[in-house]
Structures are given as C-alpha cells and as structure tokens.
Design a protein around this ligand. Structure first.
Ligand SMILES: [Fe+2]
Ligand SMILES: [Fe+2]
Ligand SMILES: [Fe+2]
Ligand SMILES: [Fe+2]
Length: 323
C-alpha cells in the first residue's frame, strides 16, 4: 500500500504552505488542504525543517490510519468478526491518541485556543473557497456528477464550520458573546465496494480530500482536548466539528472512493501499510532526525516504528485466523 509514500506529494501540511494560506506546491490540478496553520514556534524551536516535514508526513499517515481503521472496524462488525473489529478500534485509538498526539506535541501543532481557532479558520477557508469548489468543477467536467454533488455539499458545510470558528474566535478575543453550538452530525455508512467514480482525477481528488478530512478530525480532537479545561463550549465545538469531518465528510468520500472492501482485503492492505511504516517510513525518518541532532524526534520515530511492527503482527494474526 502506497498510502504513505504518496502522502507527502498529495497533501501539504508544511509550515510554508500553511503560512501561505492557500498555495500548495504539490499539484496544480489537485489543490491540497493546509488544514492547520503555523506550528507553535516555541515548541518547534531548534527542530530541523526536514524533521518538521517528516513529522507532518507522519501525522498525515497517523490521521489517515485512524480514520480508515474506524470504517474497517464497522466492516468487520458487518462480517461478524468482533475480535477484528476490536483490534481495528483499539489500533485506531493508538494511531490518534498516542502516535498522532505525540508527533503533534513535538511539531507544536496545538497552541492557545485562539491560535488553534486561527489554524482551523485557515484550513476551512481553503477548503471552502479553493479546494472543494475546484474538485467539484473537475468532477463535473469528468462526468462524475455524484462526486461533484458531494464536493459541493461539503464545501457548504465547511463554510458553516468557518463561520462558527470565526464567531468562536471573536468570543475568545473579546471575552463577549457565546461560543456557537457544534454542527449536527449525520453519519454516513461506508459499505464494502469498489470506486463509484470513473475519472482518475476524481479518484485522486477524493484521496486528497480524505487525507484533509482525516487530518482535520485529528487536529480538532486535540484542539478540543486543549480547550476542555477552561472553555468547555469551545471543546464541544471542536469535538462536534471533528465528528462531522470523520463521520460525514471522510465517510462520504470514502464511499465514492471505494475505501472499504471485504475484511480480508482491508487486512491485507492494512498489514502492508503498517509494515511500510515499521520498516521504511519511520526508520528513514529516525535516521534523518538522528543525523541532524533531533534526538527526541528520532526516539519517537523509532518508538513508533516498533509499535507499527506490533500492529502488523496483530493484524496478520486476524488474517490467519479470522475472528
Ligand atoms: Fe501509527
Ligand atoms: Fe470543516
Ligand atoms: Fe470537512
Ligand atoms: Fe499502526
């Protein structure tokens, strides 16, 4: 599975891209979502730019694994494989609450509530004004009307997320008014099946969009945790929006993309992805971090490589003995 090898090219989360707000050098035809904003400079002080970029790539992989495992778990439930479903849910939680969270801490992803809101606003603005309208136009031109309709619908949701986050930022900055209630969630099922679009460009755009949504879900989850102590209403807004990104947006796109197959196929792809992280991606990142003296990052990359090897083994057991 090439999900990590292609990630860096498909979705740019780099500091430079985020700072430029809407320009992404990755591709002219498939704009990508800088769903983030600049990292907290204090937290990243001294980190080599290469290490920071590797942390970005890793976080994208972790967020995507968390999102896809959530829907692979639901498929295992449908096939009456409860142990496999449990393993997917447990592993999804490790990818987000351990790997993503620890990488995000090193990369300085979470700042003050105001900084987090500004980062969220930058991402939502890009998706509303650039990414989804472009994807909708391209899908319509390619005859993928179902994808064009979905992209258009999601763009409208993102505009509402944007409005809510702007209103929340105003409350945080002025101390007046009320943080808006979170958007309602209307979960989408992702049944097993192949792609439901015909153009390769639409498929690539769906992939880019899914990575953006997975990342938004992961980031908003951390922003919600950060806000929970002092601003419970803001925590609810971030948490509720995170759910929409995963259960509606990612899920709606995954359905057209054909992400979920039979559990047997899902496991085969999962094992390949975990092995790639364990044997190629994280060891490479660890070596690079070590070489430039980023010891903490090197340690984290090595630790995660060992975890991913364990994930690969656990999934392999489910493949060998379906349960
Ligand atoms: Fe992971
Ligand atoms: Fe959004
Ligand atoms: Fe979204
Ligand atoms: Fe993993």
């Amino acid at each position: 599975m090439k999900r990590f090898a292609t990630r860096a090219a498909l979705v740019c989360l780099s500091t430079a891209a985020a700072a430029a707000a809407i320009t992404c050098p990755a591709s002219a035809t498939a704009p990508s979502a800088p769903h983030g904003g600049a990292p907290n400079p204090a937290a990243t002080a001294g980190l080599n730019p290469r290490t920071l970029a590797d942390l970005d790539t890793s976080m994208q992989g972790e967020a995507y694994a968390n999102a896809s495992y959530t829907f692979y778990a639901a498929q295992a439930d449908r096939e009456n494989l409860p142990a496999t479903a449990r393993l997917y849910r447990r592993t999804a939680s490790v990818e987000l609450y351990e790997h993503f969270r620890e990488e995000a801490a090193l990369a300085g992803v979470v700042g003050s509530d105001a900084a987090n809101l500004r980062a969220a606003i930058a991402g939502e603005t890009y998706e509303t004004n650039v990414m989804y309208p472009t994807f909708a136009r391209q899908a319509a031109a390619d005859g993928d009307d179902n994808a064009a309709a979905l992209f258009t619908e999601i763009a409208k949701d993102e505009a509402q997320h944007l409005a809510r986050f702007r209103a929340a930022l105003d409350v945080v900055e002025t101390g007046r008014g009320r943080i808006p209630a979170p958007p309602p969630v209307d979960p989408v099922e992702v049944p097993a099946g192949g792609p439901k679009v015909r153009s390769a460009r639409t498929l690539a755009n769906l992939d880019t969009a899914m990575h953006g949504e997975a990342l938004a879900h992961a980031r908003y989850t951390l922003y919600a945790e950060h806000a929970a102590g002092n601003r419970p209403a803001l925590a609810r807004l971030f948490r509720g929006t995170a759910e929409v990104e995963l259960r509606e947006h990612f899920a709606g796109e995954a359905k057209l993309y054909g992400l979920v197959r039979t559990t047997r196929e899902n496991l085969t792809r999962t094992i390949a992805g975990e092995r790639h992280e364990a044997e190629v991606m994280y060891p490479t990142f660890a070596r690079r971090a070590e070489a430039v003296g980023d010891r903490k990052a090197a340690r984290l990359f090595r630790h995660n490589a060992a975890d991913e090897a364990g994930h690969a083994r656990a999934f392999q057991r489910m493949l060998d003995h379906p349960q």
